[in-house]
Design a protein around this ligand. Structure first.
Ligand SMILES: [Zn+2]
Length: 326
């Protein structure tokens, strides 16, 4: 744990530098239009720069190695909590799928150590949830959202799969923002997107807010905690990353965020078909191929898709995930 603290301290120092850079950028940027297009160019440049990596998203062996870099006891178990759903027929999630009823589960995950826990993603409040319904009322469990808020308060740290509202608003718009932001780790790309091109205005970070977070910058992999490695996975968003977790039991998990919306994206190697989603399809396709190969050959690895509620139900039945936060 000392080492984790040292790492987070180091990440904190890195974040100060990054925050200063961001601030400078943002301050110059108060003539929005021109600067925003500059920011978009940066993002496009960044995506292009990552394209060689996107052909070969990563290596499981590298993830395993990086997850061992920080000494300490590995996590014991992982929990999932669903707090909302957007009913959508399956053809939106999986190109070519029949228009059968389906739904996008809105979820968070909790990685539990003997002496504390880490939250993966933070959920969202009801106003941001409503922006996803395009006017339609969609199921939202306010009590579950409140449990998530309390779980975020109890967490040692919070890490985000990506910078979309349903994953980050739980911190950004929380009434506990002052308490949560300093232990929330954003990648520099996530912070930049949230400042310059947020998915919705409700989650825009000001420079002042961005400075409160721990902002990290890495190329391919980052050792986050004992048993946990982050891997860059730009595609669905510029700041998307996958999170690899190895438990003390030896069981391995790969949290793929929204690289897939449904496990069938991975099994069939078919992307999304939702007109409102703008993503780097080549990068996402490469990720789906990579995940498909892992699914076929690495029986010890459980692939966890953020919005696939049926998958989570199966994993809970199989005791691969716990069904409540602790
Ligand atoms: Zn999402």
């Amino acid at each position: 744990m000392k080492c984790l603290a040292a790492l987070l301290l180091f990440a904190g120092v890195a974040s100060l530098l990054t925050a200063q850079q961001l601030t400078a950028q943002q301050l110059t940027a108060q003539q929005p239009a021109a600067q925003q297009s500059a920011a978009q160019q940066l993002t496009a440049q960044q995506l292009t720069a990552q394209q060689p990596a996107a052909q070969q998203p990563g290596s499981l062996d590298d993830l395993r190695r990086v997850a061992k870099m920080i000494p300490g006891g590995r996590p014991l178990r992982i929990n999932v909590l669903k707090f909302a759903e957007s009913p959508r027929t399956k053809n939106f999630a999986v190109k070519g799928a029949p228009a059968d009823p389906g739904g996008q589960s809105r979820t968070v995950f909790q990685v539990v150590y003997p002496d504390g826990y880490i939250m993966i993603d933070s959920g969202m409040d009801e106003p941001v949830h409503k922006t996803f319904g395009h006017g339609a009322a969609e199921p939202f469990d306010a009590a579950a959202e409140e449990r998530i808020q309390q779980a975020l308060r109890g967490a040692r740290s919070i890490v985000m799969t990506h910078e979309h509202g349903d994953h980050v608003a739980g911190v950004i718009r929380s009434r506990y923002f002052d308490e949560l932001a300093p232990k929330t780790v954003l990648t520099r790309t996530q912070a930049q997107t949230l400042m310059t091109a947020p998915q919705m205005p409700e989650i825009r970070l000001t420079a002042e807010m961005a400075r409160r977070f721990v902002v990290i910058d890495y190329d391919n992999y980052f050792p986050f905690a004992p048993g946990i490695a982050l891997m860059k996975a730009a595609g669905h968003t510029p700041g998307s990353q996958m999170i690899y977790v190895a438990l003390a039991s030896g069981a391995e998990y790969l949290f793929v965020g929204d690289s897939a919306w449904h496990m069938d994206n991975i099994l069939l190697m078919k992307g999304k078909d939702a007109s409102w989603v703008k993503e780097d399809e080549a990068a996402v396709d490469a990720q789906l191929k990579w995940l498909n190969a892992i699914g076929r050959t690495e029986k010890n690895v459980t692939i966890v898709v953020s919005h696939d509620g049926d998958q989570h139900k199966r994993y809970i039945e199989q005791h691969l995930l716990g069904g409540a936060l602790e």
